[in-house]
Design a protein around this ligand. Structure first.
Ligand code: VGL
Ligand code: ZN
Length: 204
């Protein structure tokens, strides 16, 4: 069964959103076409409580882009984004969200960020995605969505470490690029860890 994981195609990561990923909107029509080709589609949503500790606004005197220790990881501070049940956390209106599909939420623990669709950044809690895929007998996944250098990258790395054959659809993802070159670095990291890359034209 061919499975597609659609990571965080949410308003706050798209044009006009709080944490806009440059050119993020360009991937929506590509992802919609891909969705039609897969037997099985799973979606994720970044789903923070208000006051989440990954928000700069939750740390007195700190600014967006500062780095603070959070748990045992160094946390980059973001603008407030994807707050549960706000418009910014909703899927983009143009995204085809299949009704029967499962949606996995992440980033709910106010004290720990969670870039990956599988585990939080300290690997304390699982979202349930690994168990869900294993129960269905799925061993191979395709990944697309936002952002290539954060949630997509960490999802790919966790998928590989949980022994899923992992294929990134490279033209169906875009990077935040907080630092120029972050996208390329992320691709290299994923490749070194064993990810395969294809483009949507290999499928469509
Ligand atoms: C993400 C930064 C903060 C992402 C989520 O979905 O890539 N990036 N939270
Ligand atoms: Zn987030």
């Amino acid at each position: 069964m061919d499975t597609l994981i659609v990571v965080d195609v949410q308003n706050d990561f798209l044009e006009g959103g709080a944490l806009e990923v440059p050119q993020g909107n360009m991937i929506i029509p590509v992802i919609n076409k891909l969705i039609d080709k897969f037997d099985h589609v799973v979606y994720t949503q970044d789903w923070h409580p208000a006051g989440h500790k990954s928000f700069a606004s939750s740390h007195k005197g700190k600014n967006i882009g500062d780095i603070v220790p959070l748990g045992d990881v160094q946390q980059f501070l973001w603008p407030d984004h994807c707050v549960q049940n706000t418009p910014g956390a909703e899927f983009h209106n143009d995204l085809n969200v299949l009704k029967e599909s499962k949606v996995f939420h992440k980033g709910m623990n106010p004290e720990i960020d969670s870039y990956s669709a599988f585990y939080d950044n300290m690997k304390l809690n699982a979202t349930g995605l690994t168990d869900y895929l294993r129960e269905k007998g799925i061993t191979k996944i395709h990944i697309c969505g936002l952002a290539a250098d954060y949630c997509v990258k960490f999802s790919v790395l966790d998928a590989l470490s949980d022994s899923f054959e992992t294929i990134l659809i490279s033209d169906a993802t875009k990077a935040v690029n907080v630092q120029p070159g972050d996208h390329e670095k992320a691709l290299l990291e994923m490749q070194k860890a064993g990810a395969k890359f294809i483009t949507s034209t290999d499928i469509l």
